[in-house]
Design a binder for this molecule. Structure first.
Ligand SMILES: Nc1ncnc2c1ncn2[C@@H]1O[C@H](COP(=O)(O)OP(=O)(O)OP(=O)(O)O)[C@@H](O)[C@H]1O
Ligand SMILES: [Mg+2]
Length: 275
């Protein structure tokens, strides 16, 4: 169902002077709004009943779950609540390119631009901050690192784990974007339908994010149009692509993508190596 309007509670609270639909897909709609209170991202969740497979009511709960977690983790308040179709939150708009956009020049064929280690370090630092609080992000991907002029922001905490979440907003973890899924996560999702996110799986996902942003290549090779279970099987089978990042990050990313989670560095070790 396309979401064409902002819920009235949000319009009344913020009185936006401008609004822009950023994306609307798979049960999630993101808007950028501007008002006297500044620039914000509005996230609306709704039941994803279109497309293949059964309805996924968890998408309706995701912004509420994220709103609760942002309030636990950050000093600034993140309003969240319910609307007709699901839950919503309003969070500060983070200005800047994503890691994927930032390293675009490295992926141009024949380019001599090398990914900057200091960008990777800035991303590692925000993930280390989250892990330091005892949390796991569970959906680390290049689009979720927003590289601002002052600092990097790690967005989309809807799937994060690490503390209590009210039962009415919670849902089980059924995997993330498969390109960034660690083998143990893919195996568990294939076998049981769900998985336990861990900091080691976040490190793997961050390694896969660095690799794809720098080279355009996924950590594991499978056809673009392969169904998700087939993609997950390829990950479990360990069909790893050679890590081709130029420069000193190459051996680090190789370690981050190790098959056995015990063999991967912690995010603190990743940060130390990068600095
Ligand atoms: N606080 C924010 N500041 C700036 N941009 C944001 C913010 N929140 C979301 N966005 C933009 O909207 C996109 C989608 O947001 P987000 O990942 O949180 O939602 P999602 O429903 O989980 O989408 P996806 O399925 O792509 O992960 C982000 O990649 C980013 O471009
Ligand atoms: Mg997301």
């Amino acid at each position: 169902m396309p979401v064409t309007e902002l819920p009235i509670v949000i319009v009344d609270a913020y009185m936006p002077t401008s609004k822009r639909l950023v994306l609307n897909r798979r049960g999630s709609s993101v808007w950028e709004i501007e008002s006297e209170r500044g620039r914000h991202a509005v996230k609306l969740g709704y039941s994803n009943e279109s497309g293949e497979g059964p309805a996924q009511p968890w998408t309706a709960l995701a912004p509420g779950r994220e709103g609760y977690i942002l309030n636990r983790l950050n000093e600034e308040a993140t309003p969240y609540g319910e609307w007709e179709e699901g839950t919503w939150n309003v969070q500060p708009w983070r200005e800047g390119p994503s890691l994927w956009q930032l390293w675009e020049g490295c992926r141009v064929p024949g380019s001599t631009m090398e990914p900057l280690q200091r960008d990777a370090l800035a991303c590692a630092e925000v993930l280390a901050e989250l892990h330091g609080k005892g949390w796991v992000h569970a959906d680390v991907q290049p689009a979720h690192f927003v590289v601002g002029s002052e600092r990097v922001h790690l967005i989309d905490l809807a799937l994060a784990r690490g503390g209590h979440v009210p039962a009415g907003l919670d849902f089980p973890f059924r995997g993330c974007l498969v390109h960034y899924e660690a083998p143990e996560i893919s195996r568990s999702v294939l076998e049981t339908g769900w998985a336990e996110p861990t900091q080691a799986a976040d490190v793997y996902a961050f390694g896969a994010s660095l690799l794809i942003s720098a080279t355009g290549g996924r950590a594991v090779e499978y056809p673009d149009d392969a169904p998700r279970p087939v993609q997950r099987e390829a990950i479990v089978d360990g069909r790893h692509r050679d890590v081709t990042i130029p420069g000193p990050m190459r051996s680090l990313v190789r370690e981050m993508l190790r098959y056995d989670p015990k063999d991967r560095p912690t995010i603190y070790e990743v940060g130390e190596t990068l600095s």
